[in-house]
Design a protein around this ligand. Structure first.
Ligand SMILES: *Cc1c(COP(=O)(O)O)cnc(C)c1O
Length: 371
């Protein structure tokens, strides 16, 4: 008798709602403002370093701990290489955190506090966190953000927050709201927390301040960074965590031996030699961001102030999903999320100035059609 393939898949996996990444369409002439990629290329010497490394050495395994990159990152952040783990994108590291710090609910006894198997995060924030919790069979504590996507006040927090949760993810600046939380507020939140806190700073290079120091001062705080967004290397998948060596070495224990590909390591190392180029890039994107925020506001959108490389904006006159489709017909792709807290908004990545001009023209054309 033939084996029924479906019966081999664990029910947990069968029922899982997988993470839905933004589309990577191949439509010619389409302007892609849907996945927060950097619109500008990596610096020339980074491309050169990658090309130079692509020779017969491809048959060799890469350095298993991304040692040279960790040494460079340690210099950059004024810490030690032992404070750093590099991952196949920061997404991999977020998943490793769940596996290291959170008990699967089924592995606990009735006496185990629920907090030991709880993954906690704000809503809305990065929609990967609940998926990671589900994959692991953990409990989720999704806590609504306050007014205008700010952190909830003390009273609201006291009601819903689990101060003992095994793992708490805080996206800062937040996605998809684009809003940053002050260092002081983050410090306050971390200080009250008994479990591990991951500050996911994927967009921090476009913000006014960062909270990396918290990961070097508090033993239970990790900061996640990535080369994807600000450093134009989505394609190569390199991210890292900074934090206490005890937590970092626990994460090292369970990762794949060669989790970071060699070309990614080379590219990230070369990137750290060219920070001036990237700082100019951030300034350019921030300038375009200000211009787009104003243009959208003038056209009747309610655009939230952003500290990231995208804007969350509520379009006028018609639903956000209809706008998504209308813009797509005009060859501009933005992102729309169906969940209740943000379903009335579009998330628009900051492109080049030319791309943003095309978007503004497309918006005007949609508006004329709605008149
Ligand atoms: C893009 C993103 C990541 C993942 O980055 P990679 O390093 O490409 O895996 C993590 N967190 C947030 C909030 C992001 O937006």
């Amino acid at each position: 008798m033939e084996v029924n393939a479906q019966s081999l898949v664990r029910p947990l996996v069968e029922q899982l709602h997988a993470y839905a990444p933004g589309e990577q369409p191949k439509i010619k002439g389409l302007i892609k403002l849907n996945t927060n990629e950097n619109p500008y290329p990596p610096e020339r010497s980074v491309l050169r370093a990658i090309r130079k490394a692509a020779d017969e050495r491809l048959r060799l395994y890469p350095n298993p701990t991304a040692e040279r990159l960790r040494i460079k990152l340690a210099k950059f952040h004024r810490c030690r290489p032992e404070n750093i783990i590099v991952g196949n994108g920061s997404d991999e590291l977020l998943a490793l955190c769940v596996r290291v710090f959170v008990e699967p609910a089924r592995a606990t006894t009735p006496e185990t506090p629920r907090s030991r198997s709880t993954v906690q995060y704000f809503e809305p924030s990065y929609s990967l966190y609940p998926v990671l919790a589900d994959i692991h069979g953990a409990h989720k504590n999704a806590v609504p953000l306050g007014q205008d996507f700010d952190l909830p006040g003390v009273a609201a927090l006291a009601q819903r927050w689990d101060f003992e949760a095994a793992l708490t993810f805080v996206t800062t600046p937040n996605a998809p709201s684009g809003r940053a939380y002050s260092k002081q507020a983050l410090h306050g939140l971390c200080r009250e927390q008994r479990g591990v806190v991951v500050l996911d700073e994927a967009y921090v290079d476009f913000a006014e301040e960062h909270a990396l120091n918290l990961s070097l001062r508090l033993p239970h705080v990790l900061v996640a960074r990535t080369f994807s967004k600000a450093y134009c290397l989505c394609f190569l998948r390199v991210g890292y965590l900074v934090g206490n060596p005890v937590l970092i070495s626990a994460l090292h224990k369970i990762r794949d031996s060669y989790n970071v590909n060699g070309l990614g390591q080379v590219a990230a190392e070369a990137t750290l030699e060219r920070l001036a180029y990237y700082r100019r890039n951030f300034e350019r994107i921030k300038k375009t961001r200000a211009r787009l925020t104003k243009a959208l506001t003038d056209l009747g959108f309610s655009a939230l102030p952003s500290q990231t490389n995208f804007i969350l904006a509520k379009p006028p006159k018609s639903g956000a999903k209809e706008w998504l489709e209308a813009l797509r017909e005009r060859k501009v792709l933005v992102r729309w999320f169906s969940y209740p807290t943000v379903k009335d908004y579009l998330r628009i990545t900051i492109g080049t100035d030319a791309e943003v001009n095309t978007l503004i023209r497309a918006v005007k054309s949609v508006l004329r059609n709605l008149e």
